[in-house]
Ligand binder design. Structure first.
Ligand code: ADP
Ligand code: MG
Length: 253
């Protein structure tokens, strides 16, 4: 049975999509069968892995709103062992359209359960909000990975996210655990980064991944080529650290 990991933080630009795509691709690279699930209407994970939005007939919207089977929406990618449930801008309507529907919080969970035995890992890229799409992702998941950018106010807003995680644990998914906090975009040339690492470790203690993601220009270039870093530039520092993260995730079980 596959392990489902939601990559969540309601702040934008903290590295959710970069982590979803590259953790997913690195898990696939080390031989795991992986499904990337794009739950952000911006569809950055979809385009970042090389799927043309124009070629997407069905997307996550059809699963969440129209009860279409996940099997009919899954697409393979150019990366071996890596499939994706894509998102298009159509998904932007789902947050509102789901509100009056039955079992609106558990739709993703039910859809993924039907394909869970075909994958070792499913990685869900969440939108930058704590609305119904993120709730669906957390409800479907075994674990949540929280990317935190190494900058001033790194911890700001995290209490809201943790509160949402607690509410989901209480009412929708008692099995959800905080898999870990991932420090991202560390600029090793500044002292600020070191201070933020200390601050986050003080708060989250052993929940912080040993792997820390530095700022790496190759990581920011890769999406415009529709490739994960392990394909775009396998010898880059970015590829190295996301491979380390994938191994850490596997060891964590
Ligand atoms: P989110 O999904 O949380 O909004 P993204 O993963 O899209 O965040 O990252 C925001 C921006 O920062 C993107 O342009 C991305 O390419 C860039 N980025 C993310 N991680 C890194 C990194 N480690 N080094 C350099 N650029 C990064
Ligand atoms: Mg994103």
């Amino acid at each position: 049975m596959g392990k489902i990991i939601a990559i969540a933080n309601q702040k934008g630009g903290v590295g959710k999509t970069t982590t979803s795509v590259n953790l997913g691709a690195c898990l696939a690279y080390i031989g795991k069968r992986v499904l990337l699930v794009d739950v952000d209407p911006q569809g950055n994970a979809t385009s970042g892995i090389g799927i043309e939005k124009a070629d997407v007939a069905h997307c996550i919207y059809d699963i969440l709103v129209d009860d279409v089977d996940a099997k009919g929406v899954i697409k393979s990618t150019a990366v071996e062992n890596l499939d994706i449930i894509p998102a298009t801008i159509q998904l932007a309507g789902a947050e509102i359209e789901l509100v009056p529907t039955i079992s609106r919080e558990v739709r993703l969970k039910r859809a993924l359960e039907a394909v869970k035995d075909q994958y070792d890992y499913m990685v869900i890229d969440c939108p930058p909000s704590l609305g119904l799409l993120t709730i669906n992702a957390l409800t479907a998941s075994d674990a949540v990975l929280i990317p935190v950018q190494c900058e001033y106010y790194a911890l700001e807003g995290l209490s809201q996210l943790l509160n949402t995680v607690r509410l989901v644990q209480k009412h929708l998914n008692t099995d959800l655990t905080i898999e870990g906090v991932l420090l991202t975009m560390l600029d090793a040339r500044t002292n600020l980064g070191i201070q933020v690492i200390d601050e986050v470790k003080k708060y989250f203690q052993d929940k912080v991944y040993k792997t820390i993601i530095p700022r790496n220009i190759r990581l920011s270039e890769a999406p415009s080529h529709g490739q994960p870093i392990i394909i775009y530039d396998p010898r880059s520092r970015g590829a190295e650290v996301y491979l380390d993260l994938a191994k850490e995730v596997v060891v964590n079980g």
